[in-house]
Design a protein around this ligand. Sequence first.
Ligand code: ARG
Length: 460
Amino acid sequence: MKLWGGRFTKSTDSFTDHFHSSISFDSRMYKQDITGSIAHAKMLGKQGIIPAQDSELIQKTLLDILHDIEDGKVTFDEKAEDIHMNIETILIQRIGDVGKRLHTGRSRNDQVALDIRMYLKDHIVDIKQLVFELMQTLNSMAEEHTKTILPGYTHLQNAQPVTFAHHLLAYMEMFKRDYARLGDVYGRTNVMPLGSGALAATTYPIDRRFVCEELGFDAITLNSMDGVSDRDFVIELLSALSIIMMHLSRFCEEIIIWNSQQYKFVEMDDAYSTGSSIMPQKKNPDMAELIRGKTGRVYGHLMGMLTTMKGIPLAYNKDMQEDKEGVFDAVDTLEMCLPVFTRMIATMTVNKDNMYRAAKGGFMNATDAADWLVKQGMPFRDAHAVVGRLVLYCVNSQKALDELTLDEFRAVSDVFTEDIYNAISLETCVNSRTVEGGPSEDYIKGLIALNKDYLNNIKK
Ligand code: ARG
């Protein structure tokens, strides 16, 4: 008979059992469920709600069950619906009537809210660590590339030269925000809902703050109806994870472009590429493509959860059982994508010469030529027009700006002198952008040092 079978005269349809059972996916919360139950049982004993020796036997048996699950000795039963009732059923099988006292002053509604918060807290910590390792890799790669010049693009068209360090550290900023966002989500997940009961709390003299402390939560939920029906933290986490995936996906897209035969800015290590079953010459950046592709499912889980929650009246409704598979899959996806991505970029070969050659063509220094004229006193709009005419001349004669003779420069404007060559060298273009936030080597070195402090501080 079901644990709730008292008011029923028939058992459930077996197809229905399969339909509404969640054990196939919530069994992964066994540890959180048992840890939460042990704290609850301890509190019940301390408050004299159940006899002290019963509380102790329940706690000890729950620990035995935990070990047995970990040793693979327990099989869960679909008929017992979910992880909560599976564990309670096993407890009752082992210690009979004493086990039946565990669920005093508690509902599965506050129990599941507790379990999912505990489960996600653990995984937020893991994912923060993976983002941390990625940031460390980015910052140390940047350190090696403060002089590596490559084209900067807007509209994927040649724009202005930057350095590879500057480019990498743009991603560093994104992942710093991601790290902070995960911390925010953690804070709002770290609130203890047990004691909310089914929805209207309980008449037993329970001690919620004791349970809160036992389980390492920061605070308790302040409204029992909200306590059982809040899944904002799931949505916030899915949102933070979606943004991380979006960042990884953009970076993967760039790597895929850079790794192409047309660019050859980077080459993926053999360990992070795959071949083609038909074309022998192929070495494909599959890992980057797969990470870009997996972004879709994480976004999907965010939209799924927002949609599941939008029409639910207070308080708990079974719809909310749908909170788990999506967020579990999102967490699993991040826990795979982040380390693969970090290792993939750490092992790729950076072809500095190809990057430099690409930055040389394409008139990336045209803005700097115009700025030089402005510094000689010409209004910017006029300077823009002069350089525009020079570029047109270069396109027609298939030359780069810095390949023009001084006579060719002066044919368009007599303001030009020999100094123009130094002003439009790629090194000058990059390193005279000393403004904070810019690509100059001096500024970037300072930023790398700041990032090191930041990484050391969050490690503590
Ligand atoms: N398996 C359920 C869930 O994941 C647990 C809570 C069920 N409560 C209930 N009264 N049906 O949401």
